[in-house]
Design a protein around this ligand. Structure first.
Ligand SMILES: Cc1cc2nc3c(=O)[nH]c(=O)nc-3n(C[C@H](O)[C@H](O)[C@H](O)COP(=O)(O)OP(=O)(O)OC[C@H]3O[C@@H](n4cnc5c(N)ncnc54)[C@H](O)[C@@H]3O)c2cc1C
Length: 471
């Protein structure tokens, strides 16, 4: 076991873990190491669609909102790669998704604190030293299977979220993966691109889901619905539980909800109310970009010009309640229920893309320290306002706190602010200024959020951020 004790051991190097690593790097009082099971940085490779852009402005990079002078900013990347003027001339706030991925790889290549090919399998607490001990297994390379341990004062969870399928589709996908449901893929959108050819070859595809990913997959497949380049056409259907194909809300007073103040307010509410609000606020970040909705309409219009039939059905208010494979016909049979009609129909298709979202959970590797975790009645992290998940305020999460903090959790633009709060905990100072208020509007009632009047006394669990740290 190594004798070195790190100030921070980060688990997961997606955008949020990488952002924390980039902000920790210049700090002389932070000795950090970040572990990831992957061989290198890779951002949503299954959805790296040509022409797709990120949904937030380029300022929402890994570091700028915390430190506009950072050498790891998106603008620094553009300058270093000779793309600053083309980006300037392009006059769009929204980088391509592939560009954002390249940018993150560029930053990752410049940080010494990253360790790839390490899957974290356990976090334990050493009572003698009051430190955490993180165990990782090497994956790939000559040391495949070797175990490594890292001692830590603080552990930061940047493990992201995992694809979620509704139960009926999860079973069918499992059967397909086991080779028991014919050739037509049944996959989550996270794996779309590697399966695109097989989907198109299946002859009939059904997309299930209501958000940006569902719309992007539908739009991508719609282009070749009549066949092209020697490939035959196919049927393409889109089924969503949502009452309509609703656009993401981008109006500025709504965007102010992606703020410290709204997060204070949201975090101060009872868990049941937060859960209800979370469902109601879907249009804030789980809708479809308005441009894409219109692009889909325009494509349908173009493809149906000159009297051509477009072999597609778009269904709203409709839920997949059952799914099976019909070996006799080679079809997947989905039972669809319409929410208003209350009626069910059988829908036959030959391939399914479930763009049904992602979910966070309490990683199993924390089982050895479960008694030290803050968990709510549903077994989820009861994340404090300043992102701690253990009783000692020394295990923190960056991402996955949607159920406690709301819309800011998955937002790339809010990553640097959250990292600044966590680094303030680690350093007992504010290496990066933590804005307490950015909005013109007041959330809740004038006079602030409960718990406000206890400044500087550790994490309150509710109310506003304090940066008083317990090292
Ligand atoms: C297709 C898509 C597009 C999106 N676009 C945007 C956007 O434009 N704007 C926006 O604001 N948000 C966007 N989001 C939402 C969100 O920003 C992203 O999901 C983002 O990737 C979250 O980053 P993360 O660091 O939390 O997690 P991830 O990117 O999921 O990274 C988590 C990392 O943890 C590692 N890991 C997990 N468990 C372990 C373990 N036990 N040991 C070691 N490593 C582990 C994984 O290998 C992975 O590399 C998008 C989401 C998707 C799915």
């Amino acid at each position: 076991m190594t004798s070195r004790t790190y100030d921070v051991v980060g688990v997961g190097i997606g955008p949020f873990g990488l952002g924390l690593a980039a902000l920790a790097e210049p700090l002389p009082d932070v000795d950090a190491v970040f572990l990831d099971q992957r061989a290198g940085f890779s951002w949503h490779p299954g959805m790296m669609l040509d022409g797709a852009t990120i949904q937030v402005p380029f300022l929402a990079d890994l570091v700028t909102m915390a430190d506009p002078t950072s050498p790891y900013s998106f603008l620094a990347f553009l300058k270093a790669t000779g793309r600053l003027y083309p980006f300037y001339v392009r006059e769009s706030f929204y980088p391509l998704r592939s560009e954002y991925d390249q940018y993150c790889r560029w930053v990752a290549d410049r940080l010494d604190s990253l360790r790839w090919g390490r899957r974290v399998v356990a976090v334990e607490h050493d009572t003698a030293s009051d430190e955490y001990v993180v165990t990782a297994v090497r994956s790939g390379g000559p040391d495949d299977g070797e175990r490594e341990t890292y001692r830590a004062r603080h552990v930061v969870l940047g493990v992201g979220t995992t694809p979620r399928l509704p139960a009926p589709l999860a079973d069918l996908a499992g059967a397909w993966r086991a080779g028991q449901a014919g050739p037509g893929p049944v996959i989550h959108s996270a794996e779309y691109l590697p399966h695109r050819d097989a989907l198109q070859a299946a002859g009939a595809i059904t997309v299930v889901g209501s958000g940006q990913s569902a719309a992007e997959v539908y739009r991508d497949l719609l282009e070749d619905v009549h066949g092209s380049g020697g490939r035959v056409g196919y049927r393409l259907d889109w089924v969503t539980r949502s009452p309509r194909f609703f656009p993401m809300e981008y109006t500025k007073l709504t965007l102010e909800m992606t703020s410290p103040e709204y997060t204070d307010h949201y975090r101060s509410l009872p868990a049941d109310l937060r859960d209800r609000l979370g469902r109601e606020q879907r249009s804030l970040y789980k809708g479809i970009s308005g441009d894409l909705v219109d692009d889909i309409y325009d494509t349908l219009y173009r493809l149906s010009a000159l009297g051509r039939q477009v072999p597609t059905t778009l269904l709203t208010d409709t839920e997949v309640v059952a799914a099976r494979h019909d070996a006799a016909t080679g079809e997947h049979v989905l039972t669809l229920r319409h929410a208003q009609l209350g009626r069910e129909v059988e829908h036959r298709t030959r391939a399914v893309v479930a763009a049904t979202g992602y979910g966070a959970g309490v990683p199993e590797f924390l089982d050895p320290v479960r008694e030290r975790l803050r968990l709510d009645a549903r077994g989820r992290f009861d994340v404090t306002r300043d992102y701690s998940v253990d009783v000692a305020d020394r295990i923190h999460t960056v991402g996955g706190e949607e159920h406690t903090h709301g819309v800011t959790a998955p937002d790339l633009g809010f990553g640097p602010w959250r990292s600044s709060v966590v680094l303030a905990k680690v350093t007992r100072r504010e290496p990066y200024p933590v804005e307490r208020g950015i909005a013109f509007q007041t959330f809740g009632l004038p006079g602030g959020t409960p718990g406000d009047d206890a400044p500087g006394h550790g994490s309150t669990g509710t109310g506003r951020v304090t940066t008083e740290a317990a090292r």
